[in-house]
Design a protein around this ligand. Structure first.
Ligand code: E4P
Length: 234
């Protein structure tokens, strides 16, 4: 499963990218507005940090011509840019047009299996069901994700399912178990994926024991043979 960050914050994106586990970024107008910087500059900086990743940039037009204009514009900025369109009838129509031009489209704000079916038929590159927002209103977001994956499998759609609006690490794990192609998450959730109290406690104990026996154990770095001095055949 690919891991995307759901943020436009450069520091967060850089930290995750440096770990070598980041495949892309999803921005949206709310996230971009927090950064107080020209949108084009934000997107280009993110593309430079996540080299070869898929970086979603969302349009704000709600009419067909405006969506096409913005979609063509943002995808001309950098080859990594994927245009994000809302799942409205106009958005689906624009998705169809842009996809036929070879532009990658991420259809966002997907809340039902029927919407997911339509965006796949329109040629969407990614379909983004918002799991957390469904859970927030007592609907089962994970059940929707599973339904979409079943439908796409039944008909061999190539659209990738991007599990979005994830609120906690279990959302990520459940999305992976269901077979989502991608999970996008806020940086806080990304950090939580690493955490386990037994890892921290275990490491603390290892280091304490080593410190106690340091005299007899010696320096581990010096114990590693220099290149060319290692004996072979023993
Ligand atoms: C995805 O592309 C969206 O930006 C995002 O996942 C929305 O998440 P939220 O419900 O936490 O705002």
């Amino acid at each position: 499963m690919k891991i995307f960050l759901d943020t436009a914050n450069r520091d967060e994106i850089r930290q995750a990218a440096e770990m070598g586990v980041l495949d892309g970024v999803t921005t949206n107008p709310t996230l971009a507005a927090k950064e107080k910087k020209p949108f084009r500059q934000q997107i280009l900086e993110i593309c430079e940090i996540v080299k070869g990743g898929a970086i979603s940039a969302e349009v704000v037009s709600t009419d067909y011509d405006g969506m096409l204009r913005e979609g063509r514009e943002v995808t001309s900025w950098h080859p990594s840019v994927v245009v994000k369109l809302p799942t409205t009838p106009t958005g689906v129509r624009a998705c169809h047009t842009l996809s036929r031009e070879g532009i990658r489209v991420n259809m966002t704000l997907v809340f039902s299996a029927s919407q997911a079916l339509l965006v796949a038929k329109a040629g969407a590159y990614f379909a983004s069901p918002f799991l957390g927002r469904l859970d927030d209103i007592s609907h089962d977001g994970m059940a929707l994700l599973r339904d979409i994956l079943t439908i796409y499998k039944n008909y061999n759609f190539s659209t990738e399912v991007l599990a979005a609006s994830l609120r906690h690490p279990l959302h990520v794990v459940e999305a992976a178990k269901a077979g989502a192609h991608i999970a996008t998450m806020p940086f806080k959730v990304f950090e939580q994926l690493f955490k386990h109290p037994l890892t921290d406690r275990g490491l603390e104990a290892f280091l304490k024991d080593w410190e106690k026996a340091r005299e007899s154990l010696g320096d581990i770095v010096e114990a590693i043979p220099q290149s060319g001095t290692r004996k072979t055949g023993s």
